[in-house]
Design a protein around this ligand. Structure first.
Ligand code: TRP
Length: 462
């Protein structure tokens, strides 16, 4: 795929793997469970699933179609199909990606650090998560290594090799999660976890639950910032976009869903609070691995965090690829220069997130925002996450749907989707058209605007 010239995925599997590799990452295994915990359990899960299939899936199809049609990056694509005035959508997306990668890389550092701790058999790390992430020197070093590896991969255009490795490693992670899930079911208190995760209590649904479920759906599917426009630009015209998008969505949602099935029985049987925030899996899992005995605990624990780091790597590669493709295509900058320049910038932008987990007080208690009308103190990292992931991504998705339906126009979308289409079933195309023209602009647009009003200005709409 992305080499110095514009490459192409050579098979559907290649594209689906790359896009699924981008989608499956820390978002599924780290972020999803703690968002479920913060959102009160099953009600969040239900809303998240509905958003993924009803709202996000059509946006994903639009992104891939725009990319394949134009064979360009996130900014160039909008210019080509619409007008130069539309380039800002792409720029907004690139900006969102840059900020997401800045904190994502810090969390990838946690995951990789946990791998090293597991190798040493340090299961106590779970209780010491808070002090662990405040040690910015070591986490920063892991983050630096992580960004370096990501940069080497993107600069050499060797994502293909990574995808081949992903073909083995991602299913391994899947199998490991299923194995751990079955083990979790045997523990005391497991049923309470399952109930919390699967039996919705509708009184838990607040505005905040809806906003964070939407942000999580976009984040998890790598949507709303042009990552799939960029990846779509490497897709062959013989491929069925709708079918590929369905496979990507199903893979991503299944991994997140199973991660939840695994983690909540553990959380409840360990007596940990499910709404404890970003440390949920990091606090819970080491104790679980310890319970497997010293040898098996080390083997399973180290394997788990190594595979998690790998899943994060296929995501950081996609996050870095977006601004790089823009600089290479539009600004004619050489790929290695674009890669290392961007990586340095993003690493620096990530420093406040790194320091804001206990090391520096002003960044740890960074500012006050609103959550369901209540004032709430958040860290710098939470702030970046709220802006970039929960606000920019749904906003990007709304604008992409509007652009596809009313600027590029639905007939052009349909013509693009029919290229390579393997079935002639009509209902799917009808739904996509309906969603892109009405459902996404209206529902997605409304939630995005309300999110901004409530979160940033404390204006209670509901
Ligand atoms: N989807 C990835 C995850 O769940 C994160 C990610 C990779 C992403 N590329 C993206 C998020 C592009 C938004 C946009 O871990």
């Amino acid at each position: 795929m992305a080499t110095n010239s514009r490459g192409q995925f050579n098979s559907r599997l290649g594209f689906v793997l790359a896009a699924a590799g981008s989608a499956v990452g820390l978002g599924n295994i780290w972020k999803f469970p703690f968002e479920v915990g913060a959102g009160g359990g099953a009600a969040f899960v239900l809303i998240y699933l509905a958003f993924c299939f009803l709202l996000c899936f059509p946006v994903m199809i639009s992104e891939i179609a725009i990319g394949r049609k134009t064979q360009l990056n996130a900014v160039g694509a909008f210019k080509k199909l619409g007008h130069h005035n539309w380039a800002w959508i792409g720029l907004l997306g690139i900006l969102a990606g840059v900020f997401i990668l800045s904190f994502y890389n810090v969390v990838a550092g946690w995951a990789f650090g946990y791998f090293l701790q597991m190798v040493q058999g340090n299961f106590e790390i779970g209780q010491n998560f808070g002090s662990y992430i405040s040690k910015w020197e070591s986490i920063g070093l892991y983050g630096l290594v992580f960004m370096g590896v990501t940069s080497v991969i993107v600069s050499k255009g060797i994502q293909g090799g990574i995808e081949r490795a992903a073909k083995i490693l991602m299913p391994s992670l899947f199998v490991l999660i299923i194995g751990l899930m079955l083990y979790a079911f045997t523990l005391d208190g497991a049923m309470d976890g399952i109930e919390y995760y699967l039996v919705p209590d509708f009184s838990e649904i607040t505005g905040e639950v809806i906003y964070s479920a939407l942000g999580q759906a976009f984040f998890s599917l790598s949507l709303g910032m042009g990552a799939l426009i960029t990846y779509g630009s490497y897709v062959s015209r013989k491929q069925d976009i709708v079918r590929s998008a369905a496979m990507i969505t199903l893979t991503d949602v299944s991994v997140a869903f199973l991660a939840g099935m695994m983690i909540f029985p553990f959380v409840f049987s360990s007596g940990i609070e499910p709404n404890g925030g970003a440390g949920l899996i990091f606090a819970t899992l080491p104790g679980v691995f310890e319970g497997l005995g010293p040898i098996l605990g080390i083997v399973i624990g180290a394997t788990f965090f190594l595979l998690l780091s790998f899943a994060a790597l296929t995501s950081t590669v996609s996050l870095l690829e977006v601004p790089v493709a823009y600089l290479v295509d539009e600004k004619k900058i050489k790929r290695p220069v674009a890669v290392w320049g961007m990586a340095t910038l993003i690493f620096l932008l990530g420093l406040p997130s790194l320091l804001g987990n206990g090391a520096v007080e002003q960044l740890t208690s960074f500012m006050t925002l609103y959550r369901d009308g209540q004032e709430q103190m958040i860290s710098f990292m939470d702030f970046v996450e709220l802006i970039a992931s929960d606000t920019f991504l749904p906003l990007g998705g709304t604008v992409i749907a509007i652009f596809t339906a009313y600027v590029w126009k639905k007939n052009n979308l349909n013509a693009e989707l029919m290229e390579g289409r393997e079935t002639d079933s009509k209902w799917m195309m009808s739904y996509i058209n309906f969603a892109v023209m009405f459902f996404c602009p209206i529902i997605l647009g409304a939630i995005t605007i309300i999110t901004i009003l409530e979160r940033f200005f404390g204006i209670q709409v509901f």
